[in-house]
Design a protein around this ligand. Structure first.
Ligand SMILES: Cc1cc2nc3c(=O)[nH]c(=O)nc-3n(C[C@H](O)[C@H](O)[C@H](O)COP(=O)(O)OP(=O)(O)OC[C@H]3O[C@@H](n4cnc5c(N)ncnc54)[C@H](O)[C@@H]3O)c2cc1C
Length: 275
């Protein structure tokens, strides 16, 4: 296993980049784990005019500028979907694709939680036929029938991967699906999607993001967002959150400010445990 990071940041949007820069400035070991940082909702913004210090530009240009400031400061950015996190013996273990990372504190900067509401049956059968990660769990379904619910950017590529390792794959581009239910007994037996029923042994639900409380069980949510205090502290000691995942208004300046506050609080948390 790699080193234990002081502050591990999940999500490379404005909040995560701001948190990483502050963590670095405080001399903390840090890294950002994120899905493709240039494939986020902000990248589609046609024009940003209310972010101070930069001329009006589109979202992709602003993201590129933010990312290069992080890279310039030596922030490590590891690309891939994070699908699990857990508190273990005073530390945190975070699963990204097939890698596991260890950290003393976490800052969650996962973006708005829109589109993460689980389907009926999804949480019930998670780990019993439902998976959020093709590369992590694909081998368990070799020679079996699986459905891939494509809800995010890498889903088609993941379906091709599952096929390549010998799964019998039904791919459903499900972003517009209105009626989805995962059915089973002890484990998954079928998937219903817009009136059609598919007999399957497994269902890969592949979104770009994962509901924060599904990612980190025990995290308190409030009206679909992570509940935070004034220091961006969450219900789990050592875990902080910033940006759109903590609520409205969804704005870059707010995300950047909260990322800074969250990293300063994470720094204090780590320091208190050092002395
Ligand atoms: C079309 C559009 C126009 C906008 N225009 C403006 C504007 O003009 N001015 C303004 O202030 N705001 C604007 N916004 C809002 C702004 O984009 C957000 O407020 C801001 O991006 C929030 O930053 P964030 O870091 O909290 O989240 P995000 O920018 O959403 O970043 C979240 C990051 O986390 C990653 N992530 C999430 N889940 C996982 C996971 N499970 N594993 C790995 N990575 C994960 C994502 O891939 C992403 O990189 C606009 C938004 C949109 C969609």
């Amino acid at each position: 296993m790699a080193e234990t990071y002081d502050i591990l940041i999940l999500g490379a949007g404005p909040a995560g980049i701001s948190a990483a820069l502050t963590a670095k400035a405080r001399g903390r070991t840090t890294a950002i784990l994120s899905a493709d940082p240039l494939n986020t909702p902000l990248a589609k913004a046609p024009r940003i005019e209310n972010y101070p210090g930069v001329a009006a530009m589109n979202g992709r240009q602003l993201l590129a500028a933010l990312l290069s400031s992080a890279i310039e400061q030596g922030v490590e950015i590891r690309t891939g979907r994070v699908t699990s996190a857990a508190a273990l013996g005073g530390k945190f273990m975070v699963g990204q694709e097939q890698e596991i990372y260890e950290a003393k504190s976490l800052v969650l900067c996962l973006g708005s939680q829109q589109g993460t509401k689980p389907f009926p049956g999804e949480m019930e059968y998670l780990g019993k036929g439902v998976s959020w990660c093709a590369t992590c769990d694909g081998m368990l379904y070799r020679g079996k029938r699986v459905a891939v619910l494509g809800l995010g950017s890498g889903a088609e590529r993941d379906a091709a991967f599952l096929k390549s390792i010998g799964c019998d794959v039904t791919y459903l581009a499900a972003a517009q699906a209105k009626d989805v239910e995962i059915k089973g007994a002890e484990t998954v037996t079928a998937l219903r999607c817009d009136g059609e029923e598919h007999a399957v042994d497994g269902v890969f639900v592949l979104r770009d993001t994962v509901a924060a409380d599904g990612l980190l069980p025990g995290l308190r949510m409030e009206e679909g967002h992570i509940a935070v205090g004034a220091d961006m502290d969450t219900s789990i000691p050592g875990v902080y959150a910033a940006g759109d995942c903590t609520g409205r208004p969804y704005q870059i300046a707010r995300a950047v400010g909260q990322g800074n506050v969250a990293a300063l609080a994470a720094d204090r948390y780590v320091k208190e445990r050092e002395t």
